[in-house]
Design a protein around this ligand. Structure first.
Ligand code: XMP
Length: 519
């Protein structure tokens, strides 16, 4: 049912062999303003040809090409005349399929890990304009022992004779190292040489051009139909809203369910951001209903489930009032697309994402206008479409909101205390100029009380925890090294200004073993 946006830009296909850097490779290509997609190594050669790629990149992978069940590729792909760059496992696979020999490096102590001095042949187009001795990031247990016919070595290291190979006639290139990783000093030059000089890409992928073609496609698709969008105020649903607003204006209705568990003033900020966007904007103030449903509940998973269910009910009731709906918008982004089908990871927390509501409103089709974009591209698109900077750079906020930042049962008073304390923390982080370097920061109201002395009297009040993390993917994270003087200022202000808090702690755990949110 979901709609895949077609793409009319020049295309690079990234064939995924299970490497840990598959997304990173795709992002590095997009950063060069060239559109790419990650596809499975199981994709048939006919399908690949049908997509008309300007070039193909094979990712690394954990396997050994000489093992029976390791991922392989049809030999035919090498005779299509489409340039191919194999990275690590991808390079070994290319050499193996073309008749070279791959061996285990462990046995002959030829394995290489980390930054490695690499000598390159700058006559090769792949290395054009680069300095001939460079640092490359290695991570391999196997190595190319014998080259396939037609290939020559174009780089070597102290341990590795064939650190890069080239079959110029067939436009085939392989590198044993990882150009996509920042530790490879001239990695982006290498990718640029491959994409521009070897594949002949012109770099036509910009968010302006994407917005233009997406708007056109949405108009064609929607016609005079009616579109519904669940707006959370998060960057994805906000950008999707702006794009749909531009495409179909008044045919779009946005429903913003304010569950009363947003950060201080946030509900109003979201409303104001969309007030003049030309869409029908409906804000439902459902705080009372959510508080009632959550009364006395302290189990984190129960809280999440209740909020998810209440959300759906409120949304459904409002959607029904609108009458006929033809399309429902979802803010799915490309990492979700790549990761879906990635396996059965244990459920740590049941995430609730507004925007994921396909089953309970009657509609014809889902529109996913951000399905091809990485997060940084979504932000760029938002700026291109004129979305307010605060929303473009808004830090992630969990769907269940402050409910999972109040440990134990939730009361209106606790919500108020947390909103005030959190606002002060965020304000001081901005004042200290740290808001872009700390990726997520917020306050948590613990269910612990402790004794303090305020004025001349005894107090017995809440302990507040502050959390700040640095991360690039939110899958792993490190606690942010916030300077003590900033923490001190925050602590003094919160205790003096908020009331109900007499002790403040800073969370110094990383993820793993912790998670970013406390619940
Ligand atoms: P954890 O706590 O699992 O969080 O380390 C990772 C990131 O996800 C955010 N988060 C959520 N986002 N719905 C969301 O849309 C949710 O239910 C949810 N729970 C956590 C969290 O803020 C962090 O950025």
């Amino acid at each position: 049912m979901s709609q895949m946006f077609s793409n009319k830009h020049e295309l690079i296909l990234v064939v995924d062999f299970g490497g840990q850097y598959n997304q990173l490779i795709a992002r590095r290509i997009r950063e060069q303003h060239i559109y790419c997609e990650v596809i499975s190594y199981r994709t048939s050669v006919a399908e690949i040809v049908a997509r008309k790629p300007k070039g193909i990149i094979f990712t690394g992978g954990p396997d050994s090409v000489y093992l029976k069940n390791s991922p392989k590729i049809d030999k035919e792909i090498f005779s299509l005349g489409i340039p191919i760059l194999g990275i690590c496992y991808g390079a070994q696979l290319m050499a193996h399929v073309l008749g070279g020999e791959i061996a285990a490096a462990k046995d002959s102590s030829l394995a290489e890990f980390g930054k490695t001095v690499t000598h390159i042949d700058t006559h090769s187009v792949l290395f054009r304009g680069m300095s001939d001795t460079t640092i490359a990031w290695m991570s391999h247990n196997d190595y190319i022992k014998r080259l396939p016919e037609g290939s020559i070595a174009i780089a070597h290291t102290a341990k590795c004779r064939y650190a890069a190979i080239e079959d110029r006639e067939r436009h085939l290139y392989g590198v044993q190292f990882h150009p996509e990783v920042n530790h490879t000093v001239q990695g982006s030059e290498l990718l640029k040489n491959f994409l521009r000089s070897i594949c002949g890409c012109h770099a036509d992928w910009t968010m302006e051009s994407y917005a233009e073609s997406a708007v056109k496609e949405i108009r064609e698709k929607v016609g005079d139909g009616r579109v519904l969008l669940a707006l959370s105020g998060g960057v994805d649903s906000s950008v999707a809203c702006m794009l749909l607003a531009k495409a179909v204006g008044e045919q779009l209705t946005c429903i913003f369910v304010d569950h009363g568990l947003m950060r201080k003033n946030e509900g109003d900020e979201v409303e104001n951001a969309f007030a003049d966007s030309g869409v029908n904007f409906i804000r439902i103030n459902a705080a009372e209903r959510f508080m009632k449903a959550l009364a006395g509940i302290s189990d984190p998973e129960k809280k999440r489930k209740i909020i998810g269910m209440e959300f759906i009910r409120v949304f459904e009731t409002e959607a029904q009032k609108l009458g006929r709906i033809d399309y429902l918008v979802q803010g799915t982004i490309y990492p979700d697309v790549i990761e879906s089908g990635a396996g059965d990871a244990a459920v740590i927390k049941s995430h609730h994402n507004v925007g994921g509501l396909p089953d309970f409103v009657d509609f014809k089709e889902i529109i996913e206008p951000l399905r091809l974009l990485f997060k940084d591209e979504v932000r760029k698109l938002g700026l291109t479409l004129g979305l307010a900077e605060e929303l473009v750079w808004r830090q992630p906020f969990p769907g269940p909101g402050l409910a999972v930042r109040i440990i134990g049962n939730i009361t209106a008073e606790k919500v108020r205390i947390l909103q005030e304390a959190d606002a002060i923390f965020r304000e001081e982080i901005v004042n200290a100029g740290l808001s872009r370097s700390i990726n997520q920061y917020f306050a948590v109201l613990t269910d612990m009380r402790s004794v303090g002395v305020m004025g001349d009297g005894r107090s017995y009040d809440h302990t507040l925890a502050l959390r700040g993390v640095t991360t690039s993917d939110f899958m792993t994270a490190d606690f942010a090294r916030i300077p003590y003087d900033v923490l001190e200022k925050v602590s003094v202000r919160i205790v003096n200004e908020v009331g109900g808090i007499n002790r403040i702690v800073y969370d110094i755990t990383s993820k793993p073993p912790s998670t970013i949110e406390w619940e």
